[in-house]
Write a new protein. Structure first.
Length: 259
């Protein structure tokens, strides 16, 4: 109640200080990193209340609020891209370290290295901390490469950073579970049949032919170029990502209306 009253009636020149102390108190007073204290909702209120105040864009305290809020979101990578597009924390090493670690945890080693390179080019501070984390990341990737070579000595001697990101192939064979060999009864048409049977031609039926001038463009996921640094174009504030398990929150209402 004291923190809520201080936020409501605050008249100083540093509102971020109140939110920072409020969140630290929740993390210390409630178990599980503040989950029982509804930390995600308070973080969402904080970033909304301080949004648009560019004087905090290079403040480590403000970036820390965003990154903690990202831990409560279903897709933190989208949040990091938004911060980069809005130039929030782009001069701080913590943004690139957290972003690269999230990509590394998903196996996107090349994208993680690109994020580190972006931070080094911007000379994010503290630069020595960013360089140290980048070297540690390279050492981990090198160890994984050596382990992969030991398991497969006949494989190509290629580092994990040089391997392209795995792409999902469309119309792939479906695999069954168990000892029995299962093949899904799928009728493949078009280029899929040509790729599986080069000598066989597939003529589409006349009733299924599409017009020569389609009104929309068909996306070909197998023709996508190499991975680039994931960024978002600058856009106006719409809404922050949805925190996890937000459907369990109840709205305040009258207490004497039910039995």
């Amino acid at each position: 109640r004291e923190f809520e009253a201080e936020i409501r009636f605050y008249s100083g020149d540093d509102p971020l200080d109140v939110w920072e102390r409020y969140i630290k108190w929740i993390e210390q007073a409630f178990p599980g990193g503040g989950k029982d204290g509804n930390l995600a909702a308070v973080l969402e209120r904080a970033v909304r209340a301080l949004h648009g105040q560019q004087r905090y864009y290079k403040d480590p305290r403000y970036l820390s609020l965003w990154l903690k809020f990202g831990d409560c979101c279903n897709e933190p990578l989208d949040l990091y891209s938004y911060l980069c597009s809005q130039e929030i924390g782009t001069t701080l090493a913590l943004l690139y370290i957290t972003w690269a670690e999230a990509l590394e945890a998903r196996g996107s080693f090349r994208k993680a290295d690109l994020i580190f390179q972006e931070g080094l080019q911007r000379k994010a501070e503290p630069l020595d901390k960013l360089q140290a984390h980048h070297k540690q990341f390279q050492a981990r990737v090198s160890r994984q490469t050596l382990l992969a070579l030991e398991e497969n000595p006949d494989g190509d001697n290629m580092g994990l950073l040089e391997i392209a990101e795995p792409q999902r192939s469309s119309l792939a064979d479906l695999k069954g579970r168990g000892k029995k060999k299962v093949r899904a009864p799928i009728s493949r048409v078009g280029d899929a049949v040509k790729a599986m049977n080069p000598g066989r031609s597939c003529q589409p039926q006349a009733s299924l032919q599409l017009p020569n001038t389609p009104s929309f463009a068909v996306f070909d996921e197998n023709s996508v170029s190499g991975p680039e640094i994931p960024t978002l174009t600058a856009q106006s504030w719409a809404a922050p990502p949805v925190p996890k398990a937000k459907e369990n929150e109840l709205r305040a209402g009258p207490w004497n209306s039910g039995r």
